[in-house]
Ligand binder design. Structure first.
Ligand code: TYD
Ligand code: MG
Length: 455
């Protein structure tokens, strides 16, 4: 029998280290290691098949005889959420909802709880707010159904009684980091607590056929705080993203055992909570000031949905010292690369200038498909020449200055045409078509700059 020992677990990435370190050697986080004791591990069995038959009661069945149509879904009634989940919540499944503080996780939970509280019992467990606070918020969001029951509790064991009594179809726990179990004696929020609480709750949900939604905080770096093991433990990982200064919010599935991870839900945070946004492009372009230099429209894809966003650039003469580079909503390194390519592969000189790039609406663009639009916005600002009001651009730019093809061009073109962008600069050779959109093929970044000068 191995003896019980202590290990040090990183609370950022879940890596285990035999002794304490100031910095986790796996993920590089500082002071993230916490001590944990591991129980005595059972002696490994030499051969799995040598185990007593009584201990092995599993029975294998032919896969093609398994009935897969049986997973019924609890439609939440909030279309944007149902879409991301793949049709609704699956009873007995565990969903983890992650997001930065203040982004709207509790609001989304309460809206879900209220929507499902109209069809059956729902238990909302809050470990962070008082019942009065939850009530006030619920009132702000609309009607509060009678079958939505709330409980302010942080002890997991204390959920057993209400759970047994209410027989909820959905249990929401806000947040998993505030929960603790008597089975572990480390502090709430520690790796061991979070993991064991989640495991206990999920086993209960599975045994009683309730859907379970756990709210989890994320760290500054955007990963779920607490152990990575939480992500393995749950069936669906949803992330709620956005910029707190803007109303726009995106709900994505980072993992989904019951559906696609390609769908996104788009919301806007308003006075009365989260509202679905059926046409995100219109939201982003509402405040656009067409005709000013340095602005370019690009059709990006969020999952399977195209949306038009505006990239703004400001190129100004640098003061003394090193030129400044400030990027909001787009990766700094990507912009640095595009500046270098623009400088070497076209006649626009930008390297000695201060450069500011902003993606409007609080959106974050990670797609290389936005390269051409960023480069054009930079050139437009530097040359002080506005991009025509009916033009958009889309394409990846390589280090040689070549404009490369990107996926789903037809869909992007259609979205551009729908909002009145009749001309779209595209990689030459891509045979994308959409009614009402005229492709302007470009081979190299220099072509695009030439087109802008002549426009
Ligand atoms: P919250 O759901 O508490 O965020 P989280 O649980 O992710 O920390 O949302 C907090 C923010 O949302 C807060 O700044 C106020 C804002 N908000 C609205 O703008 N409208 C609303 O109707 C509600 C309920 C909140
Ligand atoms: Mg909250």
């Amino acid at each position: 029998m191995a003896k019980a020992r202590t290990i040090h677990v990183c609370s950022e990435c879940g890596a285990q280290h035999p002794r304490w370190l100031g910095r986790c050697s796996t993920c590089g986080a500082w002071e993230s290691l916490v001590e944990e004791s591991t129980g005595a591990e059972p002696a490994p069995t030499a051969d799995l098949l040598a185990v007593e038959p009584s201990a092995a009661v599993g029975k294998a069945v032919p896969l093609r005889e398994v009935d897969a149509s049986g997973a019924p879904r609890l439609a939440t009634g909030i279309d944007e959420v149902d879409r991301v989940l793949g049709g609704g919540l699956v009873p007995g499944s565990v969903v983890l909802l992650g997001g930065e503080p203040g982004i709207g996780k509790s609001t989304l939970c309460l809206q879900l709880a209220a929507a499902l509280g109209g069809t059956g019992p729902v238990l909302y467990v809050t470990g962070e707010e008082s019942l009065e606070q939850v009530r006030l918020r619920a009132e702000r969001l609309g009607d509060v159904p009678g079958r939505l029951l709330a409980l302010a509790e942080t002890r997991v064991e204390a959920l057993a009684e209400p759970w047994r009594e209410i027989r909820p179809q959905l249990v929401l726990v806000d947040s998993i980091q505030t929960m603790r179990t008597a089975a572990v004696d480390s502090a709430p929020g520690s790796v061991a607590q979070v993991r064991d609480c989640a495991a206990l709750l999920s086993a209960t949900a599975k045994a009683h056929g309730a859907a379970l939604l756990l709210v989890g905080h994320v760290t500054k770096e955007g990963s779920l705080a607490g152990p990575r093991v939480l992500e393995h433990l749950v069936d669906v990982v949803l992330t709620f993203e956005g910029d707190r200064g803007h109303p726009f919010r995106l709900l994505r599935a980072a993992k989904n055992r019951y559906g696609s991870t390609q769908e996104v839900g788009v919301f806007s945070m308003g006075e009365r909570g989260l509202l679905a946004v059926p046409n995100p492009s219109e939201l982003f372009l509402a405040e656009r000031h067409a005709g000013s230099p340095g602005s370019c429209i690009v059709p990006i894809m969020e999952g399977t949905r195209p949306m038009l966003i505006e990239v703004q650039a400001l190129v100004a003469p640098a003061g003394y010292g090193t030129a400044r580079r400030t990027c909001i909503g787009i990766d700094d390194a990507r912009v640095a690369l595009l500046l270098a390519v623009l400088d070497r592969r076209s006649d626009v000189d930008v390297l000695s200038c201060d450069v500011y790039v902003n993606v409007t609406g609080g959106v974050r663009v990670a797609e290389p498909a936005a390269d051409l639009a960023v480069a054009l916005a930079l050139a437009s600002s530097r040359l002080d020449k506005p991009i025509p009001a009916d033009a958009a651009a889309c394409g990846e730019i390589g280090l040689g200055g070549e404009v490369r093809r990107v996926g789903r061009l037809d869909q992007r073109l259609r979205e551009a045409a729908r909002l009145g962008f009749g001309r779209v600069l595209l990689p030459a050779g891509a045979d994308a078509k959409a009614p009402g959109a005229e492709p302007v093929p470009v081979t190299e970044i220099a072509d695009a700059v030439r087109w802008l000068r002549d426009a």
